[in-house]
Design a protein around this ligand. Structure first.
Ligand code: MSP
Length: 537
């Protein structure tokens, strides 16, 4: 059977800044999807990286007395070590990317020039797509965006509210004004290509409002990819940056047929602030180069901190390194995706995070885990008993109705894997996690009601069946939480004495079935999975 392909990307991050919660958020979300698809046996290509050109980086380097590439090299190391840290894995977010692209790499620069030339040779409605002219407008350097007088708010950038400056320079232009109908037709024929729906509506009205040609080059600074055959100009940083999704894919995957399959099921995760670049400019650039649009763009919301916008000047930026150090990567990953529906804005607060970690992870999951293993140690000397079919099917045994039904489904409930797959397909991470939590509730309720510690007057086969059902639930739980909390899932897997690495699994649909735990296995004392956080009064 042909494998399915899945290509997921994060934005490539500017290297003038250290990683913050926004970078971590998108990257964790992409990692969850990549891990889930790998478990399903799909061919996955997960790309992240850094955006290293442009005036903003040139300026930041100048202020720090470095060359732009020195600055980029220093900051890129910070990003990489937050994603993965082979010497100290516990300090990183454990991001399983397949490729990390830097826009300063020759493999990227050369291809971007090729794309520029390709587009340059094309025309639309009888006019060349790229033409040379003179640009005069406002420019916001931190956002690397041109703005019209109308777009300014109190004379400042409407996005970051910083000073803008007037730019007049000779420039290459992209004939975006001719692409409106092509873009609208594309949105129409691929209803889910921009999600959530509200972002699709926003994008459509922007395009319907009329598009202006886009300046595609700059000549007042030099930190960028030179325009082919006119080296005084550097290519506009967004043209350069957006093509990373193509340059890295073609460089890494090589086989053009495979690349097409990946592209055919591609998903760009982006923050809402950079939606227009991805949903308007990018498909237009691709169309101009005779390439199809990405399959889906999902724009997530923004985090505030205790109700306030995060900014360096306010000093309230959430530092992901500090969060990982204090709470561990997995609880932090879990919190970000469980707390707020992906797509909506959310407010970050330490008390909210501590409350959630204690309630969902320490109490609900951690307790179920340790209490179940302790019961097997105490009642069966650590050996997981065989279930008894008759006991399982007893109408009062609860096993079938509660736990198995969740996994296997019935007329009233979707099988868990179908539910999770459907939720993750829509990037509904918090919904997937709520469903997962409801299984924990059921399992805890099952222990409380079945009281496997009460032996008097009971058939030992009933207790065997209860204990087996609980251990089997833990196996299924570790599979369910793996994409979100890979390290904790592996720790559970090992504690259940299951073979191999959970990350190597590629046949989830075969093993995500009730009853496959190998009875007769001996268990060791449980690890403390999620220690309770002492909450300061
Ligand atoms: N370099 C461009 C992207 C080019 S992609 C071809 C860029 N880089 S960035 O470093 O500024 O990254 C910004 C990403 O972080 C965006 O997706 C943005 O939405 C996200 N966030 C920045 N602050 C954020 C929050 N406070 N909350 C959530 N995400 C936010 O843009």
């Amino acid at each position: 059977m042909n494998p399915e392909y899945f290509y997921v990307t994060t934005p490539i991050y500017y290297v003038n800044d250290v990683p913050h919660i926004g970078h971590a958020y998108t990257t964790i979300a992409a990692d969850v999807l990549a891990r889930f698809h790998r478990h399903l046996g799909h061919r996955v290509f997960f790309l992240t990286g850094t955006d290293e050109h442009g005036q903003k980086i040139e300026q930041a380097a100048l202020e720090k007395g470095e060359t732009p590439i020195e600055l980029a090299n220093r900051v890129v190391a910070r990003f990489r070590s937050l994603w993965r840290n082979p010497e100290h894995p516990e300090k990183a977010l454990n991001i399983s990317y397949d490729d990390f692209i830097r826009t300063t790499e020759p493999r990227h620069k050369d291809r971007v020039r090729d794309f520029f030339e390709k587009v340059q040779s094309e025309s639309i409605h009888g006019k060349s797509i790229i033409y040379k002219g003179e640009y005069e407008d406002w420019y916001c350097t931190p956002c690397e965006t041109f703005l019209t007088e109308m777009q300014l708010q109190d004379g400042k950038c409407p996005t970051c509210h910083r000073e803008v400056k007037k730019l007049k320079e000779s420039s290459y232009f992209f004939r975006l004004s001719e692409f409106g109908q092509i873009l609208l037709d594309g949105y129409q024929s691929h209803a889910d290509c921009i999600l959530p729906q509200s972002r699709m509506n926003e994008t459509k009205s922007f395009v319907e409002g009329g598009l202006k040609d886009l300046s595609l080059s700059r000549n007042s600074f030099s930190w960028g990819i030179p325009v082919p055959n006119d080296e005084k100009h550097v290519i506009y940083v967004w043209f350069d940056a957006l093509f990373n999704y193509m340059t890295a894919l073609y460089d890494s995957v090589k086989d053009p047929e495979e690349c097409k399959k990946f592209w055919g099921n591609s998903l760009h995760l982006v923050g809402k602030d950079i939606l227009r670049f991805h949903a308007v400019y990018w498909p237009a650039f691709l169309h101009a180069a005779h390439l199809p649009a990405p399959k889906m763009i999902f724009a997530h919301g923004w985090w505030t901190n205790d109700g306030k916008k995060m900014s360096k000047s306010l000093g309230n930026v959430v530092d992901p390194y500090a969060m990982v150090e204090k709470y561990g990567a997995d609880p932090f990953r879990y919190f970000l995706l469980a707390e707020v529906p992906f797509g909506q804005d959310g407010d970050f607060s330490i008390p909210a995070m501590e409350r959630r970690i204690n309630a969902d992870l320490a109490n609900n999951l951690g307790n179920l885990f340790s209490r179940t293993i302790n019961l097997v140690l105490k009642q069966r000397e650590g050996v997981v008993p065989h279930p008894d079919k008759d006991q399982m099917m007893r109408p009062d045994a609860m096993t079938y109705t509660a736990l198995i039904r969740f996994i296997e489904g019935d007329a009233t409930e979707k099988p868990a894997l179908l539910f999770l797959t459907a939720a993750l397909k829509r990037c509904a991470f918090s919904e997937a996690l709520r469903h997962f939590s409801s299984y924990l509730d059921r399992a805890n309720d099952y222990v409380d009601k079945m009281k496997p510690w009460e032996k008097t007057g009971r058939d030992p086969r009933e207790i065997d069946t209860i204990l087996f059902s609980l251990i089997e639930s833990l196996r299924l739980i570790s599979l369910m939480i793996y994409p979100f909390m890979p390290t904790k899932a592996q720790a559970m897997w090992e504690n259940l004495n299951l073979p191999g690495k959970i990350s190597d699994i590629q046949n989830l649909s075969e093993i995500f079935k009730w009853g496959l735990y190998p009875a007769g296995t001996t268990l060791q004392k449980p690890n403390a999975l999620f220690p309770r956080i002492e909450v300061k009064k």
